[in-house]
Design a protein around this ligand. Structure first.
Ligand SMILES: Cc1cc2nc3c(=O)[nH]c(=O)nc-3n(C[C@H](O)[C@H](O)[C@H](O)COP(=O)(O)OP(=O)(O)OC[C@H]3O[C@@H](n4cnc5c(N)ncnc54)[C@H](O)[C@@H]3O)c2cc1C
Length: 449
């Protein structure tokens, strides 16, 4: 008997269904997994011979801490847990958006520096903390520690805009990325700037405290420079929830008014009431805005690891502060002296200025400070209090190249309170550009050579 095509398809469908039913009725034994795939419930590493310090997050803070731990005490077993395969620097990334520097200038190998200083770099996702057992749980297994350093960075608090609407948050991140967390968003933003043919570009600034306070103004200047240079009929509207520019107010407002009068509109007191990313509308305390393109920067909070570690503090009425609750000087959790938090995730440190500027410079400094504290404790010495400083250069013009800058100094007053001094350098000029590149060179050298 001949079988035609239709009968064949019907027969093979029935056969397939029969086989599927058989497969369901008789499940096969689980395929044994290769050893290195690991399980969250098993140890990822053997027990350390000496003291182990686990560093969660290989950003500006974590990667600095790892190297300086080994420099201070080569006998320490140091493990860095980081989700990204390579380091991508946010500092200098605004300049990269308009090709003042290339990608090589921002990216560094984790493996090379780990080999040089003889610590372990594990590319993995940190999924939980079991502080009672002194363990960090990763996607591949758990790691035990004697001391823990959490350099969690930031997360976007989209919940402040959208409540539990995950779709709106995901749509915003995909279509209007803030590019404040490396690095896929940075590539998307750079592409968006290259493709920008004109129209209304709106930037929402996060309320303080947020990552790198002057950098949104730098970004606006450099995108405006690109628009002006290429004669694009576009306008940038900066929606700032603050009553005015801070820091470097004089330098940025002069650049907005003199260099980018036709490209930038600065709107103070623009506290966000509602964001509709689908219909491209924003309602603020000072009016409503529509946009063709946008850089939607939601409020910032400590990154996910700070929340998972139970490091985030509470307000007097029990709400989450959003930032890690640490001893302001020794940077340990108030309820766990073996856990340190460094970098942007650090919360309130002083009644005078509340939060350190969330800067790579501060994170690097805190990484070094905490490395010293831990080495002292391991050696049985009493750690001596140390405070960071901060220095930040911002490009406002790309031809000729001109920067403005801000410096922060810290000291303890006679009551042990940290006091901040802020010095704005508002006069845009080229020698600050040289200092900017020297600063970046020093930082990269400290972290990666
Ligand atoms: C546009 C821009 C310009 C800036 N310019 C400057 C500047 O000029 N000068 C300056 O000093 N600062 C600047 N900054 C700020 C600087 O980038 C941050 O302050 C700095 O990165 C903070 O360091 P950190 O270690 O706290 O966080 P990060 O550097 O963000 O490191 C956190 C790390 O944790 C990792 N991580 C997070 N969650 C997990 C997880 N669950 N599992 C595994 N790994 C995880 C992340 O991948 C990341 O590598 C700028 C920032 C931006 C966005």
């Amino acid at each position: 008997m001949k079988i035609n095509r239709r009968q064949f398809i019907a027969a093979s469908g029935a056969l397939g269904a029969g086989m599927a039913a058989k497969a369901i009725a008789q499940p096969q034994a689980a395929v044994p997994q290769p050893f290195l795939i690991g399980s969250q419930a098993a140890p990822l590493l053997p027990k350390a011979a000496g003291k182990r310090v686990v560093v969660c997050g290989g950003g500006w803070g974590g990667i600095s801490a790892a190297k300086h731990l080994k420099k201070n005490d080569p006998t320490l077993d140091v493990v860095v847990l980081e989700r990204n395969p390579v380091f991508f620097s946010c500092p200098m990334s605004n300049k990269w958006l308009i090709d003042v520097v290339d990608s090589d200038f921002l990216t560094f190998s984790y493996l090379k520096i780990a080999q040089k200083y003889d610590y372990r770099f594990v590319q993995t996702e940190v999924v939980a903390f079991e502080r009672d057992k002194k363990r960090v749980v990763t996607a591949q297994g758990w790691v035990d520690y004697d001391y823990l350093i959490v350099g969690a960075g930031i997360r976007y608090n989209y919940e402040a805009w959208y409540g539990n609407d995950r779709k709106a948050a995901e749509y915003t991140r995909a279509h209007f990325p803030a590019a404040y967390i490396p690095n896929a968003e940075h590539y998307a933003l750079k592409q968006g700037i290259k493709n920008f043919q004109g129209g209304d570009l709106v930037m929402t600034l996060p309320p303080p405290p947020h990552r790198c306070p002057p950098s949104p103004y730098e970004r606006a200047c450099l995108i405006a420079w690109h628009i002006k240079k290429n004669n694009i009929k576009g306008k940038i509207t900066i929606l700032d929830p603050k009553p005015g520019i801070n820091p470097i107010k004089g330098g940025f407002s002069e650049a907005f008014e003199t260099l980018y009068k036709d490209q930038i509109t600065y709107v103070p007191n623009a506290v966000i009431n509602e964001v509709d990313p689908f219909n491209k509308r924003i309602k603020t305390a000072v009016g409503d805005f529509r946009f063709d393109h946008s850089v939607l920067m939601a409020p910032h909070q400590a990154g996910d690891m700070a929340w998972k570690a139970g490091a985030v503090g509470r307000t007097a009425d029990g709400k989450a502060t959003g930032w890690a609750d640490v001893d302001p000087i020794f940077l340990t959790l108030r309820d766990d002296k073996d856990v340190y938090v460094i970098g942007d995730a650090v919360g309130f440190v002083s009644p005078q200025f509340k939060f350190y500027p969330k800067a790579g410079h501060v994170a690097n400094y805190q990484g070094r400070i905490v490395a010293r504290y831990i080495a002292d404790r391991v050696a049985g010495r009493e750690p001596k209090a140390q405070l960071p400083d901060n220095l930040c250069f911002m490009m406002v013009n790309a031809s000729p190249r001109e920067d403005v800058a801000v410096r922060f100094r810290y000291h303890l007053d006679d009551k042990g309170v940290i006091i901040q001094e802020q010095i704005d350098d508002d006069l845009r000029r080229d020698d600050l550009v040289s200092e900017d590149f020297q600063w970046a060179g020093r930082m990269y050298e400290d972290m990666f050579s």
